[in-house]
Each structure stands twice: as C-alpha cells, then as structure tokens.
Design a protein around this ligand. Structure first.
Ligand code: KIV
Ligand code: ZN
Length: 388
C-alpha cells in the first residue's frame, strides 16, 4: 500500500455550509488559491446544483486553480450530475463526487427506499458520472452507522461501476476510533475489487473524535482524508486539516505516511479562512490556536527555555508560527521574567532580578495582561530605588 495520503479539502463545500461562513466567489477563489499553495491534492469547490452562486464558484475556481483536482458534489441524481459536469468544464483535473445514504436511517427514514434499490441508484449515478469524467468519487452517506456487510456490497458494486475513490463518511460523528478503523479494515478485507479504488475518510466532530477516527481509518488502509481548515463544518465541524497533517508529520518515523502539504503555510491559511469566514479559532485549538505554542506556568516556561522539546512536540516554525510564546502571568517563574528582560535588553544581577520579580508578582496578581511597558517600568522603579 502507498505511503502517500491524499488531502481532499472541503472547506469550500462542507465548511462553507456553516451558517455565517458563506463566501462570495472572489473570496472562494482566494481560499482556493491558498489551498493550492498549501499543497492539498483535491479541492471540493461546491455543490453546483444547490445555487447559481455555488455553480459559478465551481466554474471560477476551476479556471483559477492549476494543479489540484477540482471536485463538485452531487446527489445520486442525473440532473445534479449534469450540472456538476457543466461546472467542471474548465477544470484541468475534474472529479464528480456523487453518492447516497446507506444507513438504515437514511434508507428507510430519509429516502423511503430499500437496500437493493439504494445499491442500484449508487451504481447508476457512478455510471452516469463516468460519461462526463474519468475520476468519480462515490460517498456512502452515514457509512459510520451502516452495517459493514451491506456497506461492503455497496462499495464493491460502485467500484465495478467505475468509482475511482470510495468515501466512507462518518456523517454524524458517531463512531469510536477503533470502530471506524475496523470498518475500513473490513472493507479492505471483504471488498474483492477494493484495490481498484482509493478509500477516503470523511469524519464529523460531534463527539470530538473526527481526527482520531480519520487517523484510525488511515492506519487501516484509507489513503485519502477529507478535511477542512480549522475543522469548520456542519454542527461541530469536520476533521481539521492541520491536525491530520501534523499528526502524520509528527509520527512520520513510526507511521511512514506523508502528505504533500507544505506545513509552513498552515498558520497563514488558517488565519485567512478564519478572517474571511468570520469564524474565530478557539484559543486552545490544536496546531493553530493562539495558545497552541504558548506557555504560561512557571514549570513549563523554565522547561521550554532550557529545551523547547521538553514541552513541545512540534516546532512552531514548521506550521508557520515564528516562535513559541512565553506569557508573563502570575504563574510565571524567574526564568520567564529573566528571558523577557533579556529580550528587552535588561541584564539584571540576581539581587535586582529578585526585587523586580517580587514587584512583578504583585502586579501580575492584579493585571491579566503584562506588557513590555509594564516590565520596563518595574526595572525603572528598582533602578531609581537603588540610586536613592
Ligand atoms: O458528511 C457527509 O456525509 C458528507 C457527504 C455529502 C460526503 O458531507
Ligand atoms: Zn460532511
């Protein structure tokens, strides 16, 4: 099995479905170009049948982007596929992403259908899409809650119909990591033609397990991961690109799986998406949150100043953040204060440092945000006292 994981970014489709996150075409092109620079393999540009604006965006992104594959979403409906194919006509590499619900919930309570009829509709959709493009991805919506034996039948049938990628979404974010991994392994072991398609993961974060489920799927044979920048998406969001990419990079020695992402562009892309979509990133968000590389307790600060790796498993520079932050708070120790003083150009002997530190603690108990000006004032006060 290949050790290259394809990154399929759906920020502009699943991510953009979030209320308040809508972008106009110009903004979408800006994000698509940033995703290209970041090095993603596939950009899901929209769901063209859903609105004229979505259609136009897929057309314009197809023109603007040169090398990633551009994909358009459809239901297993001929009209959707016709419109998607039309929207992709300028794509250098175009893919139609079609599919249907396969869980009992979807079959009986959404589609009012039965399992055999669903397989037939999936197969027909893939064959129909193949008339337009060679690259057709099939999604089995709610695969997370679909019986494995039935799912294997669906997947075998759509691969025989020509699907090049088979997407196994945990649409409702229901599965546990070992369960999702076992589902992928079941397909690897029980779908005779599975070697003819790439298995894709598409996990949602309702229980906060989207990244863990995605990684578990990859460890069991998936070689495409569907992700969004900052993990934005329906409800609690999708799997976040930065978490999957940095997990694989951080564990490369043991897992041996790599992506084509230029990780140094991660932070910039995260800021761009957050700003354009007006969607703040939570401060403790893994990899890109404001606090992801900030240290505030005295013990940690001392450890990081002695050797960054004592408390950091990633180099911030690798994700495009210049340096770790040593925050000055009431929990900070002398080491952190000394470090900041040195950055400000103050070299204090031990006695003076102790004196400034005592005053610093009094101030930090009253004030959350200690600025460089405050530090300079404390040094000034101590110096004046000395000369009195
Ligand atoms: O979550 C999901 O199942 C989806 C599909 C349409 C791929 O977004
Ligand atoms: Zn989704």
């Amino acid at each position: 099995m290949s050790d290259r994981l394809y990154i399929f970014d759906t920020t502009l489709r699943d991510g953009e479905q979030v209320p308040g996150c809508q972008l106009n075409t110009v903004e979408k092109i800006e994000v698509a170009k940033a995703l290209q620079e970041l090095g993603v393999d596939v950009i899901e540009a929209g769901f063209p049948i859903s609105s004229p604006g979505d259609f136009e965006s897929v057309v314009e992104i197809s023109k603007a982007v040169t090398w990633p594959t551009i994909t358009a979403l459809t239901r297993a409906v001929q009209k959707d596929i016709d419109v998607a194919a039309e929207s992709l006509k300028y794509a250098k590499k175009g893919r139609i992403h079609t599919g249907i619900g396969t869980s009992d919930f979807h079959i009986y309570h959404k589609l009012n259908s039965n399992p055999d009829a669903i397989i037939e509709r999936g197969v027909e959709a893939v064959k129909y899409a193949k008339k337009y493009v060679e690259d057709v991805e099939f999604y089995a919506e709610d695969a997370g809650r679909t019986d494995n034996e039935y799912l294997a039948r669906v997947i075998e049938a759509v691969i025989k119909a020509g699907a090049t990628v088979v997407n196994i979404p945990d649409t409702t974010g229901y599965t546990l990591p070992h369960e999702f991994g076992a589902k992928i392994k079941y397909l690897v072991d029980n779908v005779p033609n599975i070697h003819k398609a790439i298995i894709s993961t598409h996990c949602h974060n309702d229980l906060g397990m989207a990244t863990a489920n995605t990684i578990s799927g990859i460890l069991n044979g998936a070689r495409q991961a569907e992700v969004t920048i900052n993990g934005i998406g329906e409800r609690a969001g999708n799997t976040s690109l930065e978490e999957v990419v940095m997990t694989l990079k951080t564990h490369y020695k043991t897992l041996g799986i790599e992506t084509g992402v230029n990780t140094k562009k991660i932070y910039g892309t995260s800021r761009l998406v957050s700003t354009l979509m007006n969607m703040p990133v939570q401060p403790n968000k893994a990899v890109v949150g404001r606090n992801a590389f900030a240290h505030s307790s005295g013990i940690h600060q001392d450890g990081v100043l002695k050797n960054r790796e004592n408390y950091e498993i990633m180099d911030p520079v690798e994700v495009g953040i210049n340096e770790s932050a040593i925050l000055l708070t009431a929990r900070s120790g002398r080491a952190a204060l000394k470090h900041r003083l040195e950055l400000l150009g103050f070299e204090l002997d031990k006695e003076k440092l102790d004196e400034v530190y005592e005053e610093f603690l009094k101030l930090a108990d009253k004030k959350k945000d200690i600025r460089d000006d405050d530090i300079a004032l404390l040094v000034g006060d101590a110096t004046r006292k000395e000369h009195r």
